[in-house]
Ligand binder design. Structure first.
Ligand code: ATP
Ligand code: MG
Ligand code: MG
Length: 355
């Protein structure tokens, strides 16, 4: 009986383990800083919950295993320069961009990309960290040491942000969840909704884009594609070679969650088209203490990550799977006073989209 090892022991690894239990699959998330690396069987399988990792005794052992799913692809995704280059090569639309070269000036970058430009560190950024706005009107400057270590992207005035969670099995068959509408506040995901009728016309285009990418790299498992929706078009923002925060709603809204889909595909179990029920929405819990009252809200499904709480840190999420505006409204009104005041905007966004 093979074990699935996860490089990284954060919430994604834990949720993979949680989803695999009913399938009879043993999942072992491993902290990359653990003192003693595990001993793997030849027929075990390895996956990762993060796109990059430092060299440690644990990552050495896991990343060199023969059955590390999508092994070679991580390095491409972990470096935004390589990731964007791949998207360009495949003709997949992304925000116009360039590498910040050693001799590039602010003026040169504004000339190439316009007056609002977002600099992103090539490596290590998440939840909006490692980003720096360059705005002509504010005379902002390129931070020291960002030359060659960052890309510059045109600031996109998008209508909204959507994402697609795709799954590719070992036979090359692709499966998709319906598009998800996402709200980011200060660069960090705060809420998601899926499915939404008005996103249906974009579904086929989005699936074709992600299929092209997954096929090109012979991907196996779950991949997420974050997009900007601008004037009926989709521009890819970034790709994640793993289960993704914007797919957490599938735990409540699908017979097969994104975590189960990933486990099925990387371990070679049969995969079927996930079936999605109801209207689903997810609220991320960011920098806030656990409140047991959340459990009293009609239909709430809490997932608490058991991490220490720090400002700006994702420490849990709550899923809702509901039918009917009345039921959605009741849930939103019950949860609102139980969340910190900065969630007012989040709840208002959910109300505007759902009611
Ligand atoms: P994640 O936690 O999703 O991995 P990240 O730190 O890798 O986030 P991005 O997804 O690249 O960062 O950017 C975070 C958010 O910043 C986006 O969801 C979007 O709201 C905003 N953003 C990113 N790129 C642009 C852009 N070119 N123009 C306008 N807004 C942008
Ligand atoms: Mg990212
Ligand atoms: Mg992102």
């Amino acid at each position: 009986n093979k074990t699935l090892w996860v490089l990284g022991a954060g919430q994604l690894g834990n949720m993979l383990q949680h989803a695999a239990y009913p399938l009879g699959v043993k999942v072992n998330p491993i902290d990359i800083d653990a003192a003693k690396p595990p001993v793997l069987d030849d027929n075990d399988v390895v996956t990762a919950e993060r796109e990059e990792w430092p060299k440690t005794p644990v990552t050495d052992v896991l990343s060199s295993h023969n059955n590390f799913a999508n092994q070679d692809f991580f390095a491409t995704i972990a470096d935004r320069y390589l990731q964007k280059s791949l998207l360009d090569k495949l003709g997949l639309a992304t925000a116009p961009w360039q590498l910040v070269k050693s001799d590039d000036t602010e003026a040169k970058i504004f000339q190439n990309l316009g007056e609002r430009v977002l600099l992103k560190r090539r490596k290590g950024g998440y939840d909006g960290r490692g980003q720096h706005w360059l705005t002509q009107a504010k005379n902002s400057t390129i931070p020291d040491d960002w030359h060659e270590n960052a890309i510059a992207e045109q600031g996109i005035k998008f209508d909204e942000e959507v994402s697609l969670i795709g799954v590719r099995d070992q036979n090359g068959q692709c499966y998709f969840y319906p598009l998800t509408l996402n709200l980011h506040q200060n660069g960090i995901l705060t809420a998601s909704i899926s499915p939404l009728d008005r996103l249906k016309p974009l579904q086929a285009t989005a699936e074709a884009m992600l299929t092209k990418l997954m096929d090109a790299v012979e991907y196996v498992g779950v991949m997420a594609m974050e997009c900007f929706h601008v004037n009926d078009e989709l521009l890819i923002n970034e790709i994640a070679p793993r289960v993704h925060n914007s797919g957490h709603w599938t735990q409540a809204g699908s017979n097969i969650s994104q975590f189960e889909s990933h486990v099925r595909c990387v371990t070679g179990l049969p995969m079927i088209q996930p079936s999605v029920r109801n209207t689903n929405f997810m609220i991320n819990l960011i920098g806030t203490e656990l409140d047991k009252d959340w459990l009293s809200v009609e239909g709430s499904e809490l997932f608490w990550y058991q991490k220490s709480v720090r400002e700006g840190r994702k420490v849990g999420h709550i899923n809702f799977s509901k039918t009917g505006e009345k039921n959605i409204q009741i849930a939103l009104e019950q949860i609102e006073p139980m969340l910190p005041s900065q969630y007012k905007e989040t709840i208002n966004w959910l109300k505007a989209e759902l009611l």
